[in-house]
Design a binder for this molecule. Sequence first.
Ligand code: AR6
Length: 200
Amino acid sequence: MSLSEIPTLSVLYRTKALKAAASSAYNPNHTLNQKVSHIRHDITKLHVDAIVNAANTSLLGGGGVDGAIHRAAGNGLYKECRKLDGCSTGSAKLTGAYNLPCKKVIHAVGPVYHGHERSEPLLRSCYRKSLDLAVKNGCKSVAFSALSTGVYGYPSPDAADIAISEVRSFLIGSDGEKIERVVFCSFEMKDVEAYTETLP
Ligand code: AR6
């Protein structure tokens, strides 16, 4: 799926796939609505500059989206990951994409959910560091999987809230203009619902 086929929030509002909230913490922002997308899709099929993997500290693959990404990318990704010496929770590292249609893979290590207070700063940090890495490597379009919401047990509504607010802060910040599109890529219905309720 190419970037031009991935609808922005502006398109989702126009086609009524997303309903504006009666009240929102933020004023409507046309620029942000044109820079942010939400779709339900297999992230390994997206032709964006970078996809963000929900990895673990070993960076050597696993189940869920991590497994799907390693399978689709092929052995070259595993070989490169082996040289990275792992990654701490709340941080991220970037690799090539091998057989994937994207250009780079950002491996972010989300927290195992141990309650909001302990886990929130680490999940926020994953989104921030992934976007920092994207900018440093010239990636202008970035698709995020719903980090930590699978095996790691982060409740989807809370995780969506963190993802959206952290991406928003980044996009209105000093490096925001270097990112042209952020795609929230949901897979399960619970995440589709969490983003659909939290985005407006
Ligand atoms: N495309 C997009 N999203 C997907 C895909 C896909 N192909 N497959 C699953 N998801 P999870 P975590 C969604 O469990 O909770 C791994 O074993 C899925 O529905 O993959 O951060 C790692 O190696 C969910 O919403 O990651 C770690 O050990 C989201 O991806 C551990 O799991 C994340 O679910 C990380 O756990």
